[in-house]
Design a protein around this ligand. Structure first.
Ligand code: 13P
Length: 257
């Protein structure tokens, strides 16, 4: 029997609350060039809301997809400051992040809200990167797998198997985000393997092996290749290093198989 093919790796650049219109445009041009030089790697960038349109113009017709860092779970109406799925689509965004640790732990989003956003985006035809990951104290208490499983099961509640082609999971241990402390390749692999097991139990082994699971948390051009070489790591979600055009280009190139 042929071995199942590994899914196409996917690398995301989460710019968070950084860049200006000018620096974001320069960065987008550089990412486009890097992605054009690395066919076989899917690339998506997540600029701040105000720059979606200007970055989208630069990416138009090229291999880099446009994503938003957040979305409202509601369709429209009196929700000051919120941005809907329809607005994102109107601005050319085809991806969105849900459950990022900064939204869970700094802004205070619950599993239920993360699930509502995930479902709303998928229903609107927007692909979702659902982010999960444990805090340091949870890791030290041996709860890594339990936390990831809880966040996956809650985040995907009510998500039908036919929506899974538009879903990516990002494992981002909270203690590794922006800290310069990366999970070891073996630790990342162990967490990813468990996440895949959970996906298999919710859906099926075939669905689970087709879902990309990215690693995120202090990925750099120096450690990316080793992390991406792990069998259950299908690319990365990059914060700080995605703001550095040369480094991010190297990270994209290191995801190539
Ligand atoms: P850093 O790469 O800066 O650690 O951030 C990771 C992240 O949060 C990506 O979403």
């Amino acid at each position: 029997m042929p071995l199942p093919q590994r899914p196409i790796p996917i690398v995301g650049g989460n710019w968070k609350m950084n860049t200006t219109r000018a620096t974001g445009s320069d960065l987008a041009r550089a990412v486009r060039a890097s992605a054009e030089a690395a066919p076989g790697v899917e690339v998506v960038v997540f600029p701040p809301f105000p720059y979606l349109m200007s970055v989208g113009e630069i990416l138009k017709g090229g291999p880099v997809a446009l994503g938003a860092q957040d979305v409202s779970e509601r369709a429209d109406g009196a929700f000051t400051g919120e941005v809907s799925c329809a607005m994102l689509r109107d601005c050319g965004a085809s991806w969105v992040l849900a459950g990022h640790s900064e939204r869970r732990h700094v802004i205070g989003e619950s599993d239920a809200l993360v699930n509502a956003k995930t479902r709303a985006a998928l229903a609107a035809g927007i692909s979702v990167i659902l982010c999960v990951g444990e805090k340091l104290e949870q890791r030290e208490a041996g709860q890594t797998n339990v936390v990831n499983e809880t966040q996956i099961r809650a985040g995907l509640a009510g998500v039908e198997p036919n929506a899974l082609s538009c879903l990516v999971i990002a494992y981002e241990p909270v203690w590794a985000i922006g800290t310069g402390r990366t999970a070891s390749p073996a630790d990342a692999q162990a967490a990813h393997a468990h996440i895949r097991k959970v996906l298999a139990s919710i859906y099926s082994p075939d669905h689970a092996s087709a879902i990309r699971i990215q690693y995120g948390g202090s990925v750099t051009s120096s450690n990316a290749a080793e992390l991406f070489a792990q069998p259950d790591v299908n690319g990365g979600l990059i914060g700080g290093a995605s703001l550095k055009p040369v480094d991010f280009g190297q990270i994209i190139a290191s995801a190539k198989r």
